[in-house]
Unconditional design. Sequence first.
Length: 314
Amino acid sequence: MLRIRPDLEWDRRIAALALPALGAIAAEPAYTLADTAIVGHLGRTPLGALAIATTALSMTAWLAIFLSTATTSAVAGLAAARAAGRAGRSAGAAYLVAAAGGIVVAVLVAVTAPWVAELLGARQDVLAGAVGYLRASAVGMPFLYLSYAGNGHLIGLADTRTPLRIAVSANVLNVALEVLLVYGLHLGLLGSAWGTVIAQAAAAAWYGAASRRAAMRPRRPGRAEVAALLRDGHRLSVRTIALGVVPLTTTAIAARLGPGRARRPADRDAGLVPAGAAARRAGGARPGLRQLVARRRRPGSGAPGPGGAACGWA
């Protein structure tokens, strides 16, 4: 019987590429997790504003993810064909589109922040906080897009460890800056936003330095490279928009519910409220367990029997 032995060398090469790339992908959501953990201690209003703002910002980030994925494919294919010049121009096209597109998106986010936040359900103090966070975070958009371009360039050259190191370093810097700005300097929600912006700027600088040291450095792109990137990006962006409709809609609906709408429909329709709340509205103190038991046992008290509402509900 013929036995086929796996090619261990190929397995090792695939693992060497895949595992650091997986780590870099896992490190990316840590920005939002750090923001949520730090801002969550500030109260419900800042946390609600953060939820609204990060939902909108995530959509703008997803729209530009093609700067990483399309660049990876283009650079990897050209590097395999030993077309160093074309690979460098493809990387240069990614950086050019990232810089120009990041500036345009930053301006749009800053200008439309009030309408976007209100569309997603923000009101009053939450609206003000979300608008401030969006406008501060808009400054970091060009840096985020440049990081995507650098990530695609390096991974296309089979360098997945450098993006992992940059992602981890940027997240550590982000947490340190947010703790300093939010709790040390007491800047609140805006401190969280500016901490993330500084970390994104640092990540973009690190990616740029790593690209300049790469074997196939970015070069001045031609129209063909820019057009190819935008063509591929258009296709990926349409898919991203379709996937982003669900979280955007969910956030908008949840923000409009509010705390007063969270009661169970059956309880709301039946007019059931907690006994303590009913007593406070009536001007009395909350009844204790002994008073409730005595009321149930007192003849003619009108207290519910075993088939009535549970104890503790009026």
